[in-house]
Design a protein around this ligand. Structure first.
Ligand code: COA
Length: 320
């Protein structure tokens, strides 16, 4: 048995912030952002938190799968921007959708989170522990961005994507994930500090910090590396893959991957222009768009690949 995605859904908050909007408070311009990143706009949440976005995406995925929430045995939310330190966003979703037989927990693997979640449920399904899972990538990174730092805040957006996954004969062929914690300082966000009345300080919350060029170098090397590895380990020809769904971080990273992999851009779908980088949500949002507009056909072979803070990376090869 393996994991098969049987339903997919996505949700982004209503408010759209264009590059032009950013110029009202930031020394930047639309041409620079488009040229260096491919981003034209992003969704920014003004009222809904991560759990609310995750819940809406989950409801859509469950409707698409045509199952009852009570059939779900495990809910995993991949997020780096939960509303609260605890309980988990997954517990919020479980309660809101009525998945009353499910165990629920969050994972943090930054932009690789959705692939990590798929990797985890694949293991549970192969072991025969669970048959039906709900995995969600959801973020409101807008609240941890330093909106005065033009080299990072322009990149990210809020949103959520969810998938119902069920044990089946076909589906995921292989997942491949990895981490390098020695590079934990190139992209990070400090949580609440240790300061309190005993240490004599005031608790503080940090903002995202990023060494953009280091992340860029890592991504252009790692994405082709893991895609090649998963093709090789599954004995799959690159031409046999219909779509390469790569984490939407920067159009230049996608184009570099296209060149290095010798895969044409028409096999690498792009929606970063409208969403920016939605971190753990980016791959399921893209999957949802492609499912709804008919680009995905049952039986297609897909490769998905993500990378992000940690550093983390992950890829999956599956039959749709
Ligand atoms: N608008 C206008 N100018 C900007 C700008 C902005 N938003 N951000 C930076 N600049 C300026 C810089 O100040 C610099 O000016 P200078 O030459 O006068 O010093 C110049 O543009 C070039 O900056 P640089 O940092 O070298 O640009 P870059 O080509 O490396 O692009 C990123 C910066 C962040 C877009 C790019 O490094 C990147 O995308 N990295 C990967 C980040 C990522 O994907 N993170 C998430 C991973 S999951």
């Amino acid at each position: 048995m393996t994991a098969r995605i049987i339903g997919i859904g996505a949700y982004a908050p209503e408010q759209v912030v264009t590059n032009q909007d950013l110029t009202k408070f930031l020394d930047t311009n639309d041409a620079w952002i488009r040229e260096r990143t491919g981003i034209g706009a992003r969704h920014v949440s003004t009222s809904e938190g991560t759990s609310a976005l995750a819940t809406e995406a989950a409801k859509r995925a469950i409707a698409d799968a045509g199952i009852s929430p009570e059939e779900i045995e495990i809910v995993i939310v991949a997020t780096s921007s939960p509303d609260r330190a605890f309980p988990s966003a997954a517990a919020d979703v479980q309660g809101a959708i009525g998945a009353k037989h499910a165990v629920a927990f969050d994972i943090t693997a930054a932009c690789s989170g959705f692939i990590y979640a798929l990797h985890i449920v694949q293991g549970f399904i192969q072991a025969g522990i669970y048959k039906t899972a709900l995995i969600i990538g959801a973020e409101t990174l807008s609240k941890v961005l330093d909106w005065t730092d033009r080299s990072s805040c322009i990149l990210f957006g809020d949103g959520a994507g969810a998938a119902v996954v069920r044990a089946d004969e076909t589906g995921v062929v292989k997942t491949l994930v990895g981490s390098d914690g020695t590079k934990n300082d190139v992209l990070y966000c400090q949580a609440r500090s240790l300061e309190n009345c005993l240490t004599g300080g005031k608790p503080e919350l940090g903002f995202m910090q990023m060494d953009g060029q280091e992340v860029f170098k890592f991504a252009v090397k790692k994405v082709p590396e893991i895609v090649n590895a998963i093709l090789e380990e599954t004995g799959t020809d690159r031409e046999a893959v219909q779509h390469y769904l790569l984490h939407q971080a920067n159009i230049r990273i996608l184009e570099a991957a296209s060149r290095r992999l010798k895969v044409p851009m028409d096999k690498i779908p792009v929606n970063i222009e409208r969403y920016g980088n939605t971190s753990a949500a980016s791959i399921p949002i893209l999957l949802d768009e492609m499912h709804r507009d008919g680009r995905l056909k049952r039986g297609d072979t897909l490769v998905m690949a993500g990378f992000g803070a940690g550093l983390t990376w992950g890829a999956a090869l599956m039959t749709w």
